[in-house]
Design a protein around this ligand. Structure first.
Ligand SMILES: Cc1ncc(COP(=O)(O)O)c(C=O)c1O
Length: 403
């Protein structure tokens, strides 16, 4: 039986290689047949604890019953109408979002990178001045794979072979106030930042840098865009992570968790800034799709009902247990970083082996970023049970590799 299943999963892997662009390294666990709550189930009958939640997307875990029901009910009403029509699910989600965040207006997109592109366009149109079009990002940041985001990023692995990039763009050294100062001017329209760099390895912004960013905005009159695509929608313990860093952005972009598993992103801003996008000046065919918005409403309902509280209660416990492990294995764990359920465990050289061992021996899925950082983006519904399951597997790997 097992042999047959293995043969089938090898066959799927082969067919994938023959037909799909080879841009992703798939986890070597065969085909996933179903997923429920915090677990994935593969073709060979194994169960895996998912500690990265579809790369930060499955806020309610996999196939949450209320979310599935909302999508089914919406599918029976209509799947897609286009933005030619008024659609209740969009309006309901926008109301929830504005109420929960304090922003005035929402523009829905399909993905994170599309939200960032939209925010850049919005900033340039807001000034509508050919001498104020500069876009600035920070080193080690990640904002997406299309040309706007790539143009304000510096990592060769994302950019190599794709130039030339968008003119009037720059990258300042992250956390380096002098470099930021040298990178902005009267010609800057917007600076985009992640208060916690996600793909970059869970690195947090300093208070000094936030203060400098605010002062430079005051001096040059640019807009600050907070990229909350990975850190937003409750993951860090507040709706947006910037709230914990004292940052006051002008525009916020989010995606991933907002759709709970359906493709959805959003740009949030004030009435004044939003008003520069007039009918026809910006748009999208699928953005704000009714199914995605119906799912998003369930995510926000749950966040308000119990999930935000769940994270605030469990994250300190999780961090304190990880801190204890760091004390017990100082030669292996360099540091534990992040906020809420956005966690980076920086290792001294063993991150990849640990991730591999967690997968094959303990059936726990984590992700390694920035080479040495084990990144955890668990579903926001994790309880102490899943945290302990992870900690047990992680400590077993620490013991194995220390010897
Ligand atoms: C901070 C941040 N910005 C932007 C993006 C791009 O989002 P998407 O892959 O939906 O285009 C990501 C994706 O990982 C991200 O983490």
């Amino acid at each position: 039986m097992t042999e047959t299943l293995e043969a089938v999963s090898v066959e799927v892997a082969e067919r994938e290689k023959q037909t799909i662009f080879q841009t992703y390294e798939r986890l070597p666990i065969g085909e996933v047949m179903s997923a429920s709550g915090s677990y994935l189930y593969t073709q060979d009958g194994k169960r895996y604890l998912d500690a990265i939640a579809g790369l930060g997307v499955n806020a309610l875990g996999h196939s949450d019953p209320a979310l599935v029901l909302a999508v089914q009910q919406q599918a029976e009403r209509y799947l897609h109408l286009s933005n030619l029509y008024l659609q209740g699910p969009q309006v309901r989600l926008a109301e929830q979002l504005t109420r929960m965040t304090g922003w005035d207006k929402v523009f829905f997109t399909n993905s994170g990178t599309e939200a960032v592109e939209g925010a850049f366009k919005l900033a340039r149109k807001y000034f509508s001045d050919p001498n104020k079009v500069g876009l600035v990002g920070l080193s080690n940041g990640f904002h997406g794979r299309t040309y706007g985001p790539l143009s304000v990023m510096d990592k060769p692995k994302y950019r190599e072979g794709f130039g030339p990039f968008v003119p009037n763009t720059a990258v300042a050294d992250v956390l380096d106030v002098a470099s930021l100062r040298a990178s902005v001017s009267e010609a800057t329209a917007a600076v985009i930042v992640e208060v916690i760099q996600g793909e970059g390895g869970i690195h947090e912004m300093t208070e000094e840098f936030v203060i400098a960013l605010h002062e430079l905005r005051e001096q040059y009159g640019f807009l600050i865009i907070a990229d909350e695509i990975q850190s937003g929608v409750g993951r860090t313990g507040t709706f947006f992570a910037y709230e914990q860093f004292g940052l006051a952005p002008d525009i916020v972009v989010c995606a991933k968790a907002i759709g709970g598993g359906l493709p959805l992103g959003a740009i949030l801003t004030s009435n004044t800034i939003a008003s520069v996008f007039t009918p026809g000046s910006h748009g999208t065919t699928f953005g704000g799709n009714a199914l995605a918005c119906a799912a998003g409403s369930i995510v926000l309902d749950r966040l308000a009902a119990d999930l935000q509280e769940n994270i605030l209660r469990l994250a300190p416990l999780f961090f304190s247990k990880l801190g204890e492990l760091r004390e017990r294995y100082p030669g292996m764990i360099h540091s534990v970083r992040g906020k809420g359920f956005m966690i980076g465990i920086e290792m001294h050289g063993s991150a990849k082996q640990i991730a591999q061992g967690l997968l094959t021996e303990h059936h726990i899925i984590v992700n390694v970023t920035g080479n040495e950082v084990i990144r955890l983006l668990p579903p926001l519904v994790w309880s102490e049970r899943e945290i302990n399951e992870f900690l047990y597997g992680f400590e077993c790997m620490l013991k194995t590799l220390r010897n």
